[in-house]
Design a protein around this ligand. Structure first.
Ligand code: DGJ
Length: 577
């Protein structure tokens, strides 16, 4: 080997070693933010465990292989303050180490959920020495001055105790995981926010609420006045866009509501909004401090997750108020720069609306909790195509174990699991086009059965592939003695523009049709060829050449693809006149 080749080889080796050594991080690609692990972008195909599963090593040991068999590449798993610091200042990482070992054996990554000061608004995961010492670790108060079992976000003692434990955890992770990168992200707390009261009425909180807004917030509003969330913009501008004054002077005296008639209100409207912003700012400051202390030891991406508002929980106190919803995103951006993004836990039916709401101000999309199954699969595919997804994760993936059903089982027909399998090998191509404008997402259901957009040189229409099943109307099932109902609930997919007249589509329950976007020169389009296939290790492996009944290839049914089940297809079109 000559000296020049030797130098090139050494340089490549050193670059490979140094990117491998970098901890997981977030990087921009065009309009997308991507999670990078071991020097490469990663798509998290995750599943979140039930809350108590990781508190027992024996309980977890048969579950890790099942997670692998269900095609997850990442498990979202809690680590609680009570288990790692049972005595003040005395740490025990036995359960953490067992989790790392269980995940590594199955080649799985972990997102660790830090259950500490708050979980679903309440305070239940702090150690006994915190629980019992309510003088040192004060609770929030309602408007009558009665304590609520929620650690007050306005206590420095609470914040510092939590941050010390979190920092110890991050130090441990640096020591035992920085060469493996099994842990790729951290979730700070879980679904925080004040419950049963619109704000914390403890002494410290009231003084701050009745005083001027923090100078840092005033500066933020001045600097970002054209770049704030649409919820805040509407209210703040209507009050004269002030940057100094008390919370109520700057953001107004909130509209109030009657909780017993909650369903009569439009949850999109801002009720108790000033209280929500106020709580949001101080929750963000607290969690931002915890995250920043942890990052001093081991700097990996950290996010917060929200219990959403909706028809049943229209305002702060009914849902955990001040939690990381887009309506308070600006408070988090201002008070918690160490928190990388805000995530929704989506159990509400208006899934697409929530995702669009979170995709603001460059906030990347990661969905730590939602529903799985076939609807989950369709939503996932849409998120990939339309919102530069970092990752997706249904909740409770280890199942509800009972004596009759001692083990979770992987179901080979589960549509999400099947989708995950196909996506794992396809991830490199998806990640390579994120943020470039070459990809779009599709979601259709019985209420919105068609969607249309232009991508590249074609206008694309996608609609729900309906499958009708005969239903007996009494008597023997004959064609004259049955009626049919549509059994297809939803369809989803994404489409990548590969080149001039070539597209790659991953779809489920779809018809996808193509028309020239600019019909001036050659106004007509037809199918040259369609291959179904799949990716293996990022390589396209073609299968059947689809034609005839398996495509829309004639003028009367349009030009394009039929995707009655789940399918990956590559289409090449041509133009004529
Ligand atoms: C949302 C929480 O974040 C989870 O930890 C879990 O409690 C689920 N709800 C249960 O549905």
């Amino acid at each position: 080997m000559n000296i020049k080749n030797f130098i090139i080889m050494m340089a490549c080796l050193l670059t490979a070693i140094s990117t491998q050594a970098q901890p997981p991080s977030l990087k921009k690609q065009g309009t997308a933010t991507q999670l990078h692990v071991d020097g490469k972008p990663m798509l998290v195909l995750g599943g979140e465990l039930h809350n108590s599963s990781t508190s027992s090593i024996d309980y977890m040991s048969p579950i890790w292989p099942v997670m692998k068999a269900m095609n997850y590449n990442t498990v979202l798993a809690p680590v609680s303050w009570e288990t790692i610091e049972p005595q003040e200042g005395v740490f025990d990482f036995t359960l953490v180490d067992a989790m790392l070992e269980g995940a590594r054996k199955e080649d799985l990554k972990l997102v660790i959920l830090w259950f500490a000061s708050w979980k679903n608004g309440g305070s239940i995961y702090m150690p006994s020495w915190v629980k019992r010492d309510f003088n040192r670790f004060p609770r929030a108060k309602d408007s009558t001055g009665t304590s609520i079992e929620i650690l007050s976000a306005f206590s420095e003692e609470n914040m510092k105790a939590d941050a010390r434990a979190f920092r110890a955890l991050m130090k441990h992770l640096r020591e035992v995981d920085q060469q493996y990168h099994t842990v790729v992200m951290m979730q700070i707390e879980n679904e925080v926010g004040i419950l049963n009261t619109p704000m914390d009425f403890s002494q410290n909180a009231l003084e701050l609420f009745n005083g001027p807004i923090p100078d840092q917030l005033g500066q933020y509003l001045k600097k970002n006045k054209k770049n704030i969330t649409w919820d805040l913009e509407r209210v703040w501008k209507a009050r004269g866009s002030k940057t100094i004054g008390t919370w109520e002077e700057v953001f107004g005296i909130s509209k109030k509501g009657d909780p017993s008639r909650r369903r009569d209100y439009d949850w999109h409207e801002p009720y108790y909004y000033t209280e929500e912003l106020f709580m949001g700012y101080y929750y963000a400051q607290y969690m931002g401090y915890v995250a920043a202390e942890g990052k001093k030891e081991y700097d990996i991406p950290m996010y917060v997750n929200a219990w959403l508002k909706g028809p049943d929980y229209p305002w702060t106190g009914l849902h955990p108020g001040g939690g990381p919803l887009p309506s308070v995103m600006d408070m988090y951006r201002c008070a918690a720069p160490s928190i990388d993004f805000l995530s929704p836990d989506i159990y509400v039916p208006h899934f697409t609306e929530v995702v669009e709401w979170y995709d603001q101000l460059g906030n990347p999309l990661f969905i730590p909790e939602t529903r799985g199954g076939s609807l989950g699969a369709d939503r996932l595919l849409w998120c990939i195509g339309e919102h530069n997804l970092i990752g997706f994760s249904p909740f409770g993936t280890d199942g509800r174990r009972s004596p009759e059903r001692p083990m979770p089982v992987s179901n080979p027909l589960d549509q999400l699991s099947l989708t995950y399998r196909l996506l794992q090998d396809m991830a490199p191509i998806i990640l390579s086009v994120q943020g470039t404008g070459q990809m779009r997402g599709i979601f259709v259901d019985q209420d919105n059965a068609e969607t249309k957009f232009t991508l590249g040189n074609y206008e694309i229409t996608a609609d729900l592939y309906t499958r009708s099943t005969p239903v007996p109307a009494g008597g023997p099932l004959t064609s004259g003695n049955s009626r049919t109902v549509n059994r297809t609930v939803s369809g989803g997919g994404f489409i990548i523009w590969l080149d001039q007249d070539q597209y790659l589509v991953f779809g489920r329950n779809l018809n996808v049709r193509f028309k020239p976007a600019n019909p001036n020169k050659l106004p007509l389009a037809a199918v040259d060829n369609v291959y179904e296939g799949e990716y293996r290790d990022g390589e396209w492996i073609p299968g059947r050449l689809l034609n005839g009944d398996e495509t829309h290839c004639s003028t009367f049914s349009g030009t394009g693809l039929k995707m009655p089940g789940m399918s990956i297809q590559k289409i090449s079109l041509y133009r004529y006149k």
